[in-house]
Design a protein around this ligand. Structure first.
Ligand code: UD1
Ligand code: UDP
Length: 380
């Protein structure tokens, strides 16, 4: 099968690797990688291709940054040329970025079957740009690969029951595949003169935190009041927002440039605690068994909270501080994100399944049969 795979933002490069490997190994598929150019700084993009050994993308659309409308429109326009030329049998999108949205929307308009990896995630906060992106992607996709069972249930609650597969999280595959190499290659702990278990790792990049000066100031205040070394690799968006706020971090907070995947894995693996608003980092904390405080009021990754390894603390300094030294997860860490074979399962499903464009009528009808009453929320 000829597949166009779309990536554009940091986590998508990481998520793509295990799937690309498995597609290649299957011998059944030709994958054409399209980088939208949403992320473009070396430390936000090329470093992942260099480290993870992903072949260079066949196309780089070089859309760069912009408002949501500008960025999405640029991807749509430039990607259309590629899809019309390549005429793939399938488009793969992943996650919830503007690249995901544009890829899924365009493939739908061009009647190309679309697979969504990381389908069914929801924060139920439509102010999050990512929530809109994933809702649209799931609305128009034809094939759904879910990281968790909760995602399968959420899709079912929205009437999406056809071609839904729980394969686990491709980010777990990526971690299994690269952690041994990271252990050999990364010297970040030595470079930063850190001892294992003696520091906390922080990342922040969500629009709700960076674009809201009140919340960003709260985060800075909270971190400044913590008596522990903090390593904080800052996303460019966050660097810009911090510069505008004109705030100072205490000497125990080590604000650094974004790091590569190997360094990040080693920083995570050796941290005493992780505090983040990143979806990927919340899950990686879980994979590695590092207690995680999420600097948000809600999360898509509710299973990590239910399992007791992740606590939603928002950005209020008192709440962050209360949890910082008191949060103690349980011993058990159930395998809620699968067994690290999501990429292989995806390749196998794509090799053995007839993939059709459009949601089959029977699937919709069978859902309706089970929901004969007026849908919840509709009043007569
Ligand atoms: C995007 C995704 C988010 C994902 C994140 C991963 C959307 C709506 N959001 O957020 O879901 O969690 O990527 O990191 O797609 N910038 C640079 N250099 C770069 C990239 C970005 O300087 O290489 C700066 C620009 O000022 C840009 C800002 O960061 O305007 C935001 O970048 P953008 O890609 O729009 O959103 P992210 O916050 O990265
Ligand atoms: N990451 C990285 N370097 C960093 C910060 C994050 O390699 O400086 C990795 C992290 O380990 C995870 C992914 O990037 O695999 C998460 O991306 P991000 O937090 O940007 O986006 P999200 O997951 O929230 O969409």
């Amino acid at each position: 099968m000829k597949i166009v795979s779309i990536v554009g933002a940091r986590p998508e490069f990481i998520q793509a690797t295990p799937v690309s490997r498995a597609l290649l190994a299957s011998g059944n598929h030709q994958e054409i990688l399209v980088h939208t150019g949403q992320h473009y700084d070396y430390l936000m993009s090329q470093t992942f291709f260099d480290e993870l050994g992903v072949p260079a993308p066949t196309y780089n659309l070089e859309v760069g940054s912009g408002s949501h409308a500008q960025q999405t429109a640029e991807i749509l326009t430039r990607l259309e040329e590629v899809l019309l030329k390549e005429q793939p049998d399938l488009v793969i999108v992943r996650g919830d970025t503007n690249s995901t949205l544009a890829g899924a929307l365009l493939a739908g308009k061009l009647h190309i079957p679309t697979a969504h990896i990381e389908a069914g995630e929801r924060s139920f906060d439509r102010r999050m740009p990512e929530e809109i992106n994933r809702l649209v992607a799931d609305c128009v996709a034809d094939l759904f690969f879910c990281a968790s069972r909760t995602a399968v249930q959420r899709l079912a609650a929205e009437g999406i029951i056809n071609a839904v597969y729980w394969v686990g999280d491709v980010m777990l595959d990526a971690m299994f595949q690269h952690r041994p190499i990271a252990r050999k290659k990364s010297n970040i702990l030595a470079r930063l003169e850190l001892q294992p278990d003696s520091y906390a790792l922080v990342t922040v990049h969500r629009a709700a935190n960076t674009d809201n000066p009140v919340r960003l100031r709260q985060i800075v205040e909270g971190l400044n009041r913590v008596a522990e070394t903090i390593v904080f690799p800052a996303h460019p968006r966050t660097q810009k927002a911090l510069a505008q706020l004109d705030v100072q971090f205490g000497p125990h907070v080590r604000l650094i440039e974004p790091v590569g995947y190997f360094d990040m894995m080693m920083l995570e693996d050796n941290a005493r605690l992780i505090a983040t608003d990143s979806g990927g980092v919340q899950r990686e904390a879980y994979f590695l068994g590092i207690p995680c405080l999420t600097l948000r009021n809600e999360t898509e990754w509710v299973e990590t909270v239910t399992a007791g390894w992740n606590r939603l603390v928002g950005t209020e300094p008192e709440q962050v501080l209360t949890a910082w030294f008191n949060f103690a997860p349980p011993i058990e860490r159930p395998p809620i994100f699968g067994d690290g074979t999501a990429g292989q399962q995806i390749a196998q499903i794509l090799s053995s399944t007839d993939i059709a464009f459009g949601r089959p009528r029977q699937a919709v009808e069978s859902w309706l049969q089970n929901h004969e009453a007026l849908p919840v929320g509709v009043t007569s």
